[in-house]
Design a protein around this ligand. Structure first.
Ligand code: XMP
Length: 515
């Protein structure tokens, strides 16, 4: 399949470039910016995009690039640092600016260029740079300028293209069109990447790897593991697929029944639902420290998992995991080959996963996919929208949404309130506009009046945020009426809650969860 390589120099939007190109229908791989071409698989590569970076090409920390890249047989597009790197390496000059150019900036064309085919002169780009190109590299010609800066250049003979702005960011007008011009028109890549095709390929891969052996999958109730479950049931005879779901007692209302229903509708035969709520809630008794709660839940997960997996008496079985592409690579934080290590995914530490990994018995069928692609794949295998469109839910469940110690009573109160909140968002057509919405039960009682009596009820916080990937988040700007109506619905239905507040903190500085 045709593909575009994204050279990662540590810029925050590197993964976004990759996702945008995939939305165009072309497969991408993100590789460290300092990769040598000789160590990469270049089969199917039609072009390269060099990402931005928090570093300067003039500083030692700025990653160097393999010079062979500039003489490769495919086109290269440098974005921001990528353009500056290309300029510096071909004899041009990059200087640091006294004042960062940040935000919207119109680009005026100085020369025709295929990159800007069908884009209007003076379009509004999105800039974010502290260094600027003061003279272009050898053989480059000026294609576009922003107010005082070089915005785009091209070296036609070597097919090197550079832009100072960020087409991958949604604030950049015509950003997708510019990326499409590069990928399709300049590189000639065929848009062959889609989830239908991936489904066929991944099913064949699973069959070829697993053959007749059993496969075990631990289902968390989230989108990723449920999609893996659906994939396994589609690719293999249901007799071979062992699904296990641990109910921690910290799940949302009806969650266990819903997951069971989805998997059964996909033909699950060996689906083991383990009610371990007593184990978890007993271990959490009187524990208020958030880190301690997480540790207890993590350890309990491992011990219940070991105990229950042993009961299955499977020999030589594979373990399937819902690892995503973003879990496989570190991005944005570090730069270069050293930073590209596998993240310590929250279940990597479990002895079961480690022993299976050591034995080469782990399959990760989502490892090339982004979250939105997983949702698309889920739709392709017949999972309902209510499943694939679910908001993310943290592994430790309601325990990190009950501040202070966790009790069965508090779990029930929170479960009920959360259900009302989320259901109301669905009824009002707001659920899909919000990235994550949930309730938090505070360890505070406040006074209220019901009839003639004074009552001390719990305080409940509502949280609703918009986000692209959970790394940063904005508060969802509700209409006041929605908030007021939802608040009364909750206090009228859940007697123990006396007061409802709305959390208006973005991330940063706050996190999405409260603990
Ligand atoms: P924060 O609170 O760090 O959350 O802003 C970012 C995203 O991660 C989820 N989250 C977790 N997911 N185990 C998980 O599987 C955890 O311990 C955990 N903590 C936070 C959170 O719900 C949000 O989507």
């Amino acid at each position: 399949m045709d593909k575009i390589l994204i050279f990662d120099f540590g810029g925050q939007t590197c993964q976004l470039i990759s996702r945008r190109v995939r939305e165009i229908g072309v497969y991408t791989e993100v590789v460290p910016g300092d990769s040598m071409l000789s160590e990469l698989s270049l089969e199917g590569v039609k072009g390269v995009i060099m990402s931005g970076s928090p570093e300067s090409v003039n500083s030692l920390a700025g990653l160097k690039v393999d010079p062979a890249l500039y003489d490769a047989h495919f086109p290269v597009l440098g974005i921001c640092y990528g353009f500056q790197r290309m300029t510096h390496d071909t004899g041009g000059e990059v200087k640091s600016l006294d004042k960062r150019e940040f935000g919207r900036a119109p680009v005026t064309f100085r020369k025709e260029c295929r990159l800007f085919q069908n884009i209007p002169d003076g379009f509004t780009s999105w800039m974010s740079h502290g260094d600027s190109i003061s003279s272009l590299g050898a053989g480059f010609s000026l294609v576009g300028e922003s107010l005082h800066h070089i915005a785009a250049g091209v070296q036609e003979e070597k097919q090197l293209y550079g832009i100072q702005f960020h087409p991958e960011v949604s604030h950049c007008d015509y950003g997708n069109e510019i990326l499409k011009n590069f990928v399709i028109e300049v590189c000639g890549a065929r848009p062959e990447w889609n989830m239908e095709r991936y489904l066929q390929q991944v099913m064949a891969d699973i069959q070829a790897t697993v053959k007749e052996r059993p496969v075990l999958l631990l289902i968390s109730g989230g989108v990723d593991s449920t999609v893996v479950g659906g994939l396994l049931l589609k690719a293999l005879p249901s007799d071979q697929v062992y699904l296990m779901y641990i109910d921690t007692g910290l799940m949302r209302k009806n969650e266990t029944e819903e997951v069971e229903g989805y998997l059964q509708s996909l033909g699950a035969k060996h689906l083991k639902i383990i009610d371990a709520s007593a184990d978890f809630l007993t271990a959490l008794l009187e524990v208020a420290d958030p880190e301690e709660k997480r540790r207890i839940i993590g350890d309990m997960f491992i011990s219940v998992q070991e105990r229950e997996v042993a009961k299955l008496k499977l020999t030589n079985s594979f373990l399937a995991q819902g690892t995503l592409y973003t879990d496989m690579i570190e991005s944005g934080k570090g730069v270069g080959k050293k930073a590209h290590v596998i993240k310590s995914h929250h279940n990597v530490r479990s002895p079961l996963v480690e022993s299976k990994r050591d034995a080469g018995l782990v399959i990760e069928p989502l490892q090339y996919l982004y979250k939105d692609e997983v949702r698309e794949l889920g739709r392709n295998i017949g999972l309902p929208e209510t499943m694939v469109g679910r908001h993310p839910f943290p592994g430790p469940g309601l325990a990190v949404r009950i501040l202070g110690d966790v009790t069965v009573e508090k779990c029930d109160i929170l479960r009920e309130a959360d259900y009302i909140f989320v259901n109301e968002l669905k009824n009002r057509g707001l659920y899909d506009k919000i990235w994550q919405a949930f309730c938090v039960l505070l360890p505070v009682r406040s006074v209220g009046v019901t009839g003639d009596a004074r009552e001390y009820g719990y305080v409940l916080a509502l949280r609703a945020i918009t986000s692209r990937d959970g790394m940063t988040a904005d508060v969802y700007p509700f209409e006041t009426r929605d908030l007021l109506e939802i608040s009364s619905l909750i206090t009228n239905s859940v007697r123990q809650i006396g007061r409802v507040v709305y959390d208006i903190s973005s991330k940063p500085p706050a996190t999405i969860e409260w603990e």
